[in-house]
Structures are given as C-alpha cells and as structure tokens.
Write a protein that binds this ligand. Structure first.
Ligand SMILES: *Cc1c(COP(=O)(O)O)cnc(C)c1O
Length: 219
C-alpha cells in the first residue's frame, strides 16, 4: 500500500471533529512529501533536531507538532515555528516554553500530558499534579503559552478493556477541567490514539489522533 492510499483510508474513517497528526518520526522527507502531496498538513515528530531539519526542508504551510518528551534546553530550537507541543508535563517546562515564545514574539499552544498507563516508562502528570499546576499563581503569569487540552498514551497491551479504561480516565479528567476559566487556557483538545488504538480512542472522546506506522509503514 502507498502512503497516499494509507492516508486516504484512515481519513475516510475519521469523524469530522477528529484531527489527524501524521507521525513521521524516523521517516525521510521524501515519505513526508508523499503525504504532503496527498493533502496532509499536520506532522508529528518526537525529536526536536529531526523536526527542525524537516521544517527547514519542507513547505512552510506545514504545521509541526512535537509529540515526544521535551528537554527544556532544546525548546529554543522549535520555538520559532512549532504549532503544538503535546508532551508538556511540568511547570518548569511550561515556563521555558513561555520564555522562548516571548523571545519569538508569539504564543505557543501546548497540551498537558497525563499519565494514564500502567507502565513505568511513560511520562505525564497525575490528576492532582494537573490541578495543582492549573491553579498555581506561577501558571497564571504565563502569557505566551496557551493550553489547548490534554494528551495521553495508553498501556502497550492487547487488552482492549484496559486501554478503554485508560482513555475513559483521560476523558473524565478533561471533563473535570474543561470549564476552567483562565486566560491562557482554551480547552478543546484530547490527543489520544495511535495506529493500534485510535478507533477505540475516538469512541472514548479523542479529538486528535497521532498515527505513524499505519500511514508510513513500520519503523
Ligand atoms: C510514535 C508515536 C506515535 C505513533 O505511533 P504509531 O503506533 O506508529 O501510530 C504516537 N504518539 C507518540 C507519542 C509517539 O511517540
């Protein structure tokens, strides 16, 4: 199957309110260009250096999403152009993003990553940490970031009930904060679902899916 037909097949199954992030990490620019030519404009990468190299080489109407874990000292490299940072999991990181956004005279949209899996290796905030962050004085002072919603990754398992439980948990946390009235929040996005579980994620309330291998093939 070609990248174009994979993309079209997936897009045909997505409800209108669900945004597709084409996860292109490790793939060459020529593969991304095939997706671009098929109409895809949102790409997700998990390494800042790789994303920046691709941004330099590719058309400027692409929206670049950082979906990986972000180190504070590298934020400056993507601050001029990144559209959405999915994996924000601390106030300290948000403060650095805010600082770099200000330097670039812009606002950077972010999602807060929530820990929903039963795995040691996944990053993210728990519900208490999320509430603490959102209600802190330091957070309200950040004028050059905007929180659009939450991101989460389910446990890597075949157990559909387990995955469903975790996605439902993320949705319920989102519901508990969605009416928050803070100037730097505009909560309308739940980023959950990858190649193996995006249909289930959509059933559970996802508004943004991050799909890599089903579009570009295995890595
Ligand atoms: C790699 C990656 C994806 C895409 O995974 P696939 O299984 O290839 O669809 C989605 N989200 C994150 C955070 C990733 O790192």
């Amino acid at each position: 199957m070609s990248i174009q037909s994979n993309l079209n097949t997936i897009k045909a199954t997505l409800p209108e309110h669900v945004t597709l992030v084409a996860v292109s990490k490790t793939k060459p620019v020529s593969d991304l260009m095939q997706a671009y030519e098929a109409g895809q404009r949102i790409f997700g990468e998990n390494k800042i250096q790789e994303m920046t190299e691709k941004w330099e080489q590719m058309p400027k109407d692409i929206q670049w999403h950082m979906i990986g874990h972000v180190q504070s000292n590298k934020v400056k490299f993507m601050a001029p152009y990144v559209t959405l940072i999915h994996g924000v999991d601390s106030l300290k990181l948000l403060q650095e993003i805010n600082k770099q956004a200000l330097k670039n005279n812009r606002t950077i949209d972010c999602l807060l990553q929530i820990y929903i899996a039963e795995e040691e290796s996944k990053f993210g905030l728990d519900e208490n940490e999320l509430n603490e962050l959102l209600t802190s004085v330091e957070f309200k002072e950040l004028k050059n970031i905007r929180i659009l919603g939450l991101m989460g990754m389910a446990t890597f398992t075949e157990d559909q009930n387990q995955i469903k439980k975790e996605f439902t948990h993320l949705k319920s946390i989102f519901n508990s904060i969605k009416n928050l009235k803070t100037e730097n929040c505009s909560l309308n996005t739940i980023s959950m679902g990858m190649s193996g579980d995006y249909q289930l994620a959509i059933e559970c309330g996802s508004t943004m899916v991050r799909i890599g291998s089903s579009i570009f093939g295995g890595r």
